[in-house]
Design a protein around this ligand. Structure first.
Ligand code: NAP
Length: 302
């Protein structure tokens, strides 16, 4: 089976490249194929003729999307239309990722695969929803995988941001408690786990359609504040941090950003075996990155 991974230089793309390495996937990112170029998409996929296209390419800077609607529409919306069309033409299966942010975040019990996404609260969500619609319009042979709060070794993410802030506080560069939002709830996802679950999905030839893949939390999800506390506790246990930083919970209203975030955005998985618990996955992530992080911490004399 010939597999093409798009967005291979991104956080998830890197993990997909590792997970699928035994089948020697073709790895493309923007330099090899700009997915907003319709002609190129059709020509290059037509020439390569992959059996499976896994696209982790996206415009993921949530706050920037607010000021760049056109670009968000092109990369997260229109490009999915081109990819789906090209895959249909050559008979390839398309795996496309989407987000909890396609939902409004008003449903406290979370969102199942069958729930209809509507009224996203930010433009990233609007553009990803456009992509979801385009995918389903142009091909039947798709896996649409929604995920949330993604972190991994190869991208900017909440876990690394929290560790950087904690480190700065511990060396005195930050003198105030870290303020962390406690009124938005979701489910963190380790990119490595998502890549593995993607592989299982395609290898076991599950029915095409929509899937929700995250690490598991309790029914109510966790807040960013709870996530941060979990990160710091594990980091102290692993001696990545010498001690817990001072933290303080705050509301979304006290931590304004260009893009609003949904309040409740737990993705509920009703179709696949449960993924492992978020704390177990986080521990493995921190453990696996311990050496590089520990070096940074040592350099900062903590
Ligand atoms: N990160 C999260 O918290 C999160 C949460 C839920 C869902 N997701 C979804 O999960 C998927 C993977 O996310 P991620 O965080 O791994 O993304 P990422 O790290 O931002 O990687 C995206 C990759 O796509 C590339 N790309 C962007 N525009 C492109 C274009 N026009 N043509 C070709 N390649 C292009 C990027 O290249 P450049 O660096 O050159 O732009 C980058 O290498 C996405 O569909 C995302 O929407 C992510």
């Amino acid at each position: 089976m010939k597999i093409l991974i798009l967005g291979a230089q991104g956080m998830l793309g890197h993990e997909l490249a590792t997970i699928f390495k035994d089948v020697s996937p073709i790895l493309w990112d923007r330099p090899e194929l700009d997915i907003i170029d319709k002609k190129q998409v059709i020509a290059k996929l037509g020439e390569l003729k992959p059996d499976l296209v896994i696209s982790a390419a996206a415009y993921t800077a949530v706050d920037d999307c607010e000021a760049n609607h056109g670009l968000a529409d092109k990369i997260n919306g229109a490009a999915v239309d081109y990819l789906a069309g090209a895959c249909k033409k050559i008979g390839a299966i398309l795996v496309q990722y989407s987000t909890d942010y396609v939902f409004s975040g008003r449903k406290k019990t979370g969102y199942q695969e069958k729930d209809k996404p509507q009224t996203p609260v930010n433009y990233y969500g609007v553009s990803k929803l456009l992509g979801e619609k385009n995918l389903q319009k142009y091909t039947d042979k798709f896996y649409l995988i929604r995920t949330s709060w993604l972190y991994g070794k190869f991208g900017k993410n909440f876990v690394n941001t929290m560790l950087d802030l904690a480190k700065k506080q511990l060396i005195g560069e930050i003198t105030t408690p870290l303020k962390i939002v406690n009124d938005q709830f979701g489910k963190p996802t380790f990119a490595c786990d998502l890549a593995k679950r993607t592989q299982e999905l395609v290898e076991t030839q599950k029915p095409f359609g929509i899937y929700h893949i995250t690490n598991e939390t309790g029914l109510n999800g966790i807040s960013w504040y709870q996530f941060a506390r979990g990160i710091f506790r594990e980091a102290v246990k692993l001696k990545i941090l010498a001690k817990m930083p001072k933290i303080k919970l705050c509301t979304s209203g006290e931590f304004l950003r260009p893009a609003r975030r949904p309040k409740y955005s737990m993705l509920v998985n009703t179709k696949l075996p449960r993924s492992r618990n978020w704390q177990v996955a986080l521990r493995e992530y921190l453990f696996s990155t311990e050496n590089s992080l520990a070096t940074t911490v040592k350099q900062c004399k903590i």
